[in-house]
Design a binder for this molecule. Structure first.
Ligand SMILES: Cc1cc2nc3c(=O)[nH]c(=O)nc-3n(C[C@H](O)[C@H](O)[C@H](O)COP(=O)(O)OP(=O)(O)OC[C@H]3O[C@@H](n4cnc5c(N)ncnc54)[C@H](O)[C@@H]3O)c2cc1C
Length: 299
């Protein structure tokens, strides 16, 4: 017989997780679908369920000091608690714009009032709409258990579709976004409809261009991440470094743009599934990359 717990403190939740296997339940918007049996029937769970939506200490978005990871690295970060809903993230002034754009594209307002970003992350879908922005922002996750806390880069936490580094006695308690001076950004999602549609392909980008004395632009920061084109989000710091330091004028040269697009083409490896075909996904993501490079060339 499956039991259900609804702890009100983190300590109570971690006490529960320390013994046996459980299903952690935040907003339940993924779980209710995953465990559904038939329309009109209640879902069934095979393990005890721990609801984590009543833990007030996980419902905050705050800025706090962090240990810098090296010289010039940020000494302050944004902490987003696992109990914060997508709607709260979408409207919070401290949340970086690129993340707000991604979160705002998830489902519809009623669902965002209930669902959490922690659930979106731990579901580990390559099509999850919060993930491309979080990858670009170098987000980290804090995993807590009675034994203590461990923190790791989000891209190390997510291993494969539906698979993360989370241990049975742990829960994700915070997402940490190092404070950074953020340049212009965008999030573009391709779905069957503008709202309430799962992603066929998505692209998030950040770029900063500075102008020299001659008025000519130079790229000083450039990041791009693709969703739903591989088993996890695709971001390559190596390819990004090819763009950084380049004059924007170079982005008007078809040969250079073809070279960059060609290299991304190699690492974008989508699959066919019920939502789209691999060919469509590949072409759509490359088109979005080309469009963005061309916009930058005009700066
Ligand atoms: C109609 C519909 C439309 C949707 N549209 C989109 C969309 O457009 N884009 C998109 O990205 N997603 C979409 N989703 C998926 C889903 O709504 C999101 O992934 C949502 O963010 C999940 O959050 P949740 O709090 O409801 O997670 P839950 O369903 O509660 O949990 C999801 C997973 O995360 C685990 N988990 C939850 N919280 C924690 C925690 N604190 N620590 C460790 N593990 C945890 C759970 O055990 C479970 O495995 C849609 C879902 C539905 C039903």
């Amino acid at each position: 017989m499956v039991e259900v717990y609804r702890p009100e403190t983190l300590e109570q939740a971690l006490d529960k997780l320390a013994v046996g296997e459980h299903t952690l339940f935040s907003g339940g918007t993924d779980l209710m679908v995953r465990h559904s049996v038939r329309p009109g029937m209640s879902p069934t769970f095979d393990r005890d369920v721990v609801f984590v939506d009543a833990i007030d200490e996980l419902k905050h978005i705050t800025e706090a000091e962090i240990e810098p990871e090296g010289e010039g690295a940020p000494d302050c970060a944004l902490f987003i608690g696992a109990g914060v809903t997508l709607s709260e993230i979408e409207s919070h002034p401290l949340v970086p714009d690129v993340l707000r754009q991604g979160v705002a594209k998830i489902a519809a307002p009623a669902l965002r009032n209930r669902a959490t970003m922690a659930g979106n992350i731990c579901n580990a879908s390559p099509a999850a709409d919060s993930l491309p922005a979080l990858y670009l922002l170098n987000a980290r996750v804090v995993l807590s258990s009675l034994k203590g806390q461990r923190e790791m880069a989000l891209e190390d936490f997510i291993m494969a579709p539906g698979l993360t580094q989370l241990r049975a006695d742990e829960m994700l308690t915070h997402v940490v976004i190092p404070k950074q001076d953020l340049p212009e950004s965008f999030y573009h999602k391709v779905g069957t409809r503008a709202a309430n549609a799962l992603t066929k392909v998505s692209v998030a980008g950040l770029a900063r261009v500075v102008k020299g004395r001659t008025g000519k632009g130079k790229v000083v920061d450039w990041r791009v991440a693709f969703g739903a084109v591989g088993p996890t989000i695709v971001r390559s710091r190596e390819l990004e470094s090819l763009l950084v330091g380049q004059p924007t004028e170079k982005l008007t040269k078809p040969r250079f743009v073809d070279e960059v697009v060609g290299m991304y083409s190699e690492i974008i490896r989508p699959i066919d599934d019920q939502r789209s075909t691999a060919d469509y996904r590949h072409q759509a993501s490359i088109n979005l990359l080309r469009r963005w490079l061309s916009q930058l060339s005009m700066q």
